[in-house]
Design a binder for this molecule. Sequence first.
Ligand code: PLP
Length: 421
Amino acid sequence: AEAREAYAAKRPRSAAIHARAREVMPGGNTRTVLFYTPFPTAMVRGEGCRLWDADGQEYLDLLGEYSAGLFGHSERRILDAVKAALDRGINFGAAGEKEAELAALIVGRFPSIEQVRFTNSGTEANLMALAAARGFTGRAKTLVMRGGYHGGVLSFASETSPANLPIPLAFADYNDPEGATHAILAEGEQLAAVLVEPMLGSGGCIPASPEFLAALREATRRTGAVLIFDEVMTSRHGPGGLQAMTGVIPDVTTLGKYMAGGMSFGAFGGRRDIMAVFDGHRPGALPHAGTFNNNVLSMAAGCVAMGEIFTAQAAEALYERGERLRAALNAACARAGVAMHFTGRGSMLTVQFRPGPILRPHAATPGEDGLRELFFLDMLAAGLYLARRGMAALSLPVTEAECGRYLAAVEEFIAARRPLL
Ligand code: PLP
């Protein structure tokens, strides 16, 4: 309660912005992850890996827009590309000159992607990947993981959420190769697709074991279900995404977040024979429309982002920086002997207030949730901006020095809050 009061006292402008928003938006909010009590901090400016809130306070941005802000704020080459596109006109209701260029960059990078189509968001990418799988197989059902997250209407923290689309589903537990194999074989020829994140993002930055992914590959090969990797978050982990690093190659991959330099983006792609269900040159092609699918700002920014900035070397360097940070954080937790550690891979990590290893998502106990909130508030007080749930997604402007600041803040948190940990 004390930390919450100190938070509110320092943010009168954010409080006023929230109060006004509440009159016209339920909860004063339009993105569930950005809601927290008593009110969220409103940000008004960003540069590199710095953010400024409405009350003039500066933060080190370790959230990186939930992994979409890979390039930091105001990356010069992306701004130039967007401004040049703006000067030529926003969206023409026509094929553009940049979409095949961005498609070629993506096809060149991800082993599973022979052909690709664009959407406006990761959610849509997943919906269209499921449509592709159903169209290709002529089957209806999809197997997903308990605790998986694939977008606002494909959110499986609860199996029965009325917010989810009413599509026929089967469930398996994450990182349970035998259970998932059994579930896939039991569904047999009912099953159109298996949709899985190769590392749970929203579910707590929990990486899949290679055995788990290999089991999904093997079982789907046997039944003919389409294996879909949701790499909306994890594609940043290496030049060819997590699929190239694990060596398990899905049939279809979905992408999103950072790939258009921070502009709205989604994509799904995969085997040529599967993607052919959308080929308008063929009779009976499935529809895949969308006013902003090829919007010129995202396409222009994406070409620069993927072609010039997030090169294979940049992807590898970012991954290694994140691995070093997580190792240092976990060493600090181990030294202190507290029930706290950091899960994740590469540049994405989440704080956990229970001993590891953590193999699958769990409902947070009230104690854990209280510690998550305290951690979030203490980091804000130290000038570090993270997700309320304790996730960080490092952006390219975050250097070793900024990682050092996070480590120091976590060490201070452990020292100050030790009796609670
Ligand atoms: N899939 C994963 C793994 C995600 O983490 C997210 C977003 O957080 C999505 C899909 C949905 O993407 P979007 O928010 O662009 O709809």
